[in-house]
Design a protein around this ligand. Structure first.
Ligand SMILES: Cc1ncc(COP(=O)(O)O)c(C=O)c1O
Length: 330
């Protein structure tokens, strides 16, 4: 596994590298804006994809039992989840899933609650579906984000909120919500009859001092209230394959979600997506382990650099009006 040889991705059609000029007006600055790593993919995943091309006719494929098993085993081993094949649906991405769930469980102008800040595309999905965004600001305590339960309850009560989109771990704040925090927020939603999406796409990229708790593993009751969204794409740097899966224990919720995905034919994923997901979960566990060591090392490098250049960095943060630097230094 080589995480250290720089790979030139410029002029490859990479959104991250080749859209810097268009998006930020500067083609030369370092792209640190999208969750797309510059590490080479796991060899076993590339081998599986090569084999697919060499040995198969690329016709319509359905998800084989072996794909379901790879997901079931991964979720059991890494997230303590107990799932059956029936609970799993597919879609080309977490965002298409969010959009379909919004359409299935809310009506135009209904409120959808999100944290502020949170991954920007959540609000895009809400607005593009003509729903009303309700934001609950996160607070900063001890240099890290925490939820404001009082504010959340006020919003849940007053704003005809039908859905809450949770990001766990939190992007961009990096918080891995604790069991207690999750329990509090999910109980609040249940009290006010609000369905929860738990976007856990980053749950495999967590450093050893934290444990990412999957919301549905906390309490049996939550299985009727929480739709879990996940994917191999962030963990294994495979965003281009366009694949994700949904875990929905409750039959009625699952049926309604599937109907909504079907409306836009978003309930299937392509042959490369199925192949790469299965290969990643089954054969790239060593790559994932080594990746976490490398990311931890990189994190320490950034921290050391920032501390030794802290004055300049704090001036820069002030100019950018960002708390990012302060949180990293904490
Ligand atoms: C929290 C979060 N959810 C969803 C996505 C996008 O997922 P997908 O490409 O599967 O739609 C991202 C991408 O960065 C993300 O950070």
């Amino acid at each position: 596994m080589d995480f250290n040889t720089p790979i030139n991705r410029k002029q490859t059609g990479s959104v991250k590298w080749d859209m810097m000029g268009e998006l930020f007006g500067d083609e030369e600055c370092l792209p640190m804006w999208v969750a797309d790593m510059d590490f080479q993919n796991a060899q076993s995943v590339k081998d599986a994809l090569n084999q697919l091309i060499d040995q198969t006719i690329l016709g319509y494929d359905f998800p084989k039992d072996s794909l379901f098993e790879s997901i079931i085993n991964w979720q059991a081993d890494f997230h303590g989840m107990d799932i059956t094949k029936e609970a799993i649906l597919f879609s080309p991405g977490v965002l298409p899933s969010i959009s379909s769930i919004i359409q299935a469980f809310t009506n135009p102008k209904d409120g959808v609650l999100i944290h502020d800040p949170v991954y920007g595309a959540f609000s895009d999905m809400v607005l593009k579906n003509d729903r009303h965004i309700i934001r609950s600001p996160l607070l900063i305590e001890d240099h890290r984000y925490v939820m404001d339960y009082e504010d959340m309850e006020k919003q849940l009560k007053n704003q005809s909120v039908k859905l809450f989109i949770l990001c766990n771990p939190h992007n961009p704040g990096g918080r891995v919500w604790t069991r207690e925090e999750l329990k509090k927020v999910i109980d609040l939603c249940i009290k006010h009859n609000v369905l929860i999406i738990s976007d856990e796409i980053h749950s495999d990229l967590v450093f050893s001092e934290h444990t990412c708790v999957s919301a549905v593993t906390i309490d049996e009751r939550y299985k009727d209230w929480v739709i879990t969204l996940h994917s191999a794409t962030k963990t294994f740097n495979l965003a281009g394959i366009k694949a994700s899966f949904l875990i929905i224990y409750n039959e009625e919720l699952r049926h309604k979600t599937n109907q909504s995905l079907e409306k836009t034919q978003s309930h299937t994923i392509n042959s490369f997506a199925m192949c790469a997901t299965e290969a990643a979960f089954n054969t790239a566990r060593d790559w994932h382990k080594a990746l976490l060591v490398q990311l931890d090392h990189n994190r320490q490098l950034v921290k050391t650099f920032l501390i030794s250049n802290s004055l300049m960095f704090l001036i820069w943060c002030r100019k950018q009006r960002t708390f990012f630097g302060l949180m990293l230094l904490a």
